[in-house]
Design a protein around this ligand. Structure first.
Ligand code: ADP
Length: 265
């Protein structure tokens, strides 16, 4: 096997909530994925996720490491850093023919990225100002309902009705939920209403022409949100494979591209 085919390339997405690592081989095939909570120490989370992925692939090191995500500057062991927009688009392009609109619903921010027919990012918008419509919103509502966030999706699917949550702000929505609990609204209707609220906030981020792809930890664990997005937009919505790892996959493919480019020089 040539050196190029034997080498593995690491993509590390240091998210505000979860740190994801993906290892690809010389052909760009995924060889390992690992996830660690970002917590309060991004460097430690970066090392934990990377070490886990390398262990799973039976390797000591990667030939090159590219970091992306909110905490990408906190992992000095990476060889380089690439923006989240580029890496998410790159990861999605590995699964989907352009043009498409990628919607990434993360722990603390949402991104809408339009990828044109030439496979380039035409434009994007990002919401990083508030928790509305993000994983943090669902986590806050789950906390208010005394549920684990992983219980929200199965509950919402059982709901015969859907609570209407009007507040934009997470803090106000939480208070609104308290009132609905007091009025006897079933838990499953509240869980379903919280999912609808996430979708409504995403829809406020702009137009969704053409094919829509979704990524991020929220849809990975709550595919009902993708179904609601399809319902509301009338678009065909594709949940990308391993959706929480889209940015890390893009970073790994960037690491491979740069390393192979350097080898070719
Ligand atoms: P970021 O890249 O911003 O750190 P991710 O795309 O990794 O965020 O998504 C993190 C979010 O995924 C969490 O805020 C949470 O809402 C959701 N999530 C993660 N694990 C679970 C789980 N087991 N059950 C339900 N939701 C989950």
């Amino acid at each position: 096997m040539s050196r190029e085919n034997d080498a593995l390339y690491l993509g590390l997405d240091v998210g505000s909530t979860a740190t994801k690592a993906v290892l690809v081989d010389g052909r760009g095939a995924v060889r390992a994925r690992a996830l660690a909570p970002s917590g309060t120490d991004f460097l430690r989370a970066g090392r934990t996720a990377s070490d886990q992925a390398l262990r799973d692939a039976g390797r000591d090191r990667a030939a090159r490491t590219t970091a992306t995500g909110y905490g990408r500057k906190n992992v000095p062991f990476a060889d380089d850093r690439v923006t989240e927009i580029t890496c998410h688009a790159r990861g999605a392009l590995d699964h989907l023919e352009p043009p498409f609109t990628l919607v990434d619903i993360g722990g603390q921010d949402n991104k809408v990225i339009r990828v044109g027919p030439e496979a380039r990012v035409d434009d994007f918008s990002m919401n990083r100002k508030c928790a509305a419509g993000t994983g943090a919103f669902l986590e806050e509502i789950a906390r208010r309902l005394q549920l684990d966030v992983s219980e929200m999706e199965p509950l919402a699917r059982q709901a015969a009705e859907e609570a209407s949550i009007g507040s934009f702000c997470t803090v106000f929505a939480s208070t609104e939920i308290l009132k609905l609990i007091q009025q006897g609204t079933p838990l499953n209707a509240l869980a379903r209403g919280a999912m609808r609220s996430v979708v409504k906030r995403v829809l406020e981020m702009g137009e969704f022409p053409g094919t829509v792809a979704v990524s991020g930890g929220v849809v990975a664990h709550n595919p009902l949100i993708a179904e609601m997005l399809a319902e509301e937009t009338g678009a065909a919505v594709t949940v990308l494979p391993a959706p929480q790892f889209t940015g890390a996959l893009g970073a790994a493919l960037e690491a491979r591209r740069k390393a192979q480019g350097a080898d070719a020089e």
